[in-house]
Design a protein. Structure first.
Length: 234
């Protein structure tokens, strides 16, 4: 018979019916290795099963010594629902507002565990405009109007954008709770133009007028323009 190779890293538990069958084969006089080979399980599994049956007269699995859950099923569902309604809600806030079993507060890690059970994971949000029906329609119309433009026409287009730079404090890292494939859902998109003080809005534009390899003097002029912009902040 070919030699069987078993993996010690991951051994599935034997079913109750398989354990009963193994004990019957051992009682009938078969060796431990013969039973393991016949049932296609590791030798040590049959050996432990035989020892447990001799010492305790039982073949059931031992109860696991896991920590009991500190939340009820109703609380688990509530935690998931409030974070689906507010995707930016921090886990620390939910933990502070939730009283678990035995009148004890739960931890933020417990909240994260319950959200992961619902396939909700904390991810950096996509920053952009909220695509309302009007904006979707306008973008589609614009794309259809320019679908036949060639590269020569695009070279004369001025592309513009804006970014916000906070001067005195960090803007704050936000996370959204979302499932796989929900990155661009409206509930998970954060407006890229954050209103409020303490920062500067900088407009930038890009126009392809220079050759692919500009002259060093042109690059120096661009550097001077950037220095002048930064001096205006001081």
């Amino acid at each position: 018979n070919p030699r069987r190779i078993f993996s010690h890293s991951k051994m599935p538990q034997m079913s109750q019916a398989l354990r009963e069958r193994a004990i019957g084969m051992l009682t009938a006089g078969m060796s431990t290795r013969s039973v393991a080979c016949a049932l296609n399980v590791h030798f040590s599994t049959i050996s432990r099963l035989q020892r447990r049956f001799r010492e305790h007269g039982s073949i059931s699995n031992r109860p696991h010594s896991r920590r009991p859950r500190v939340t009820t099923p109703a609380q688990d569902l509530h935690i998931q629902q409030v974070h689906l309604q507010d995707r930016l809600r921090p886990a620390t806030q939910t933990a502070a507002e939730t009283i678990g079993l035995h009148n004890q507060r739960i931890s933020a890690q417990t909240v994260r565990n319950r959200l992961r059970e619902a396939q909700l994971h904390a991810r950096r949000p996509h920053r952009g405009l909220n695509l309302t029906p009007d904006r979707r329609r306008n973008r589609l119309e614009w794309a259809n109007a320019h679908i036949r433009w060639r590269l020569a026409r695009w070279r004369g287009v001025l592309f513009m954008d804006e970014s916000r730079f906070t001067l005195f404090r960090a803007g704050g890292r936000q996370h959204v709770w979302r499932r796989v494939g929900e990155r661009f859902a409206d509930a998970n998109v954060v407006d890229r133009v954050v209103h409020g003080g303490g920062g500067r809005e900088v407009w930038a534009s890009l126009l392809r007028l220079l050759p692919p390899r500009p002259d060093p003097r042109q690059a120096e002029e661009v550097g001077g323009w950037v220095d002048g912009l930064m001096d205006g902040w001081s």
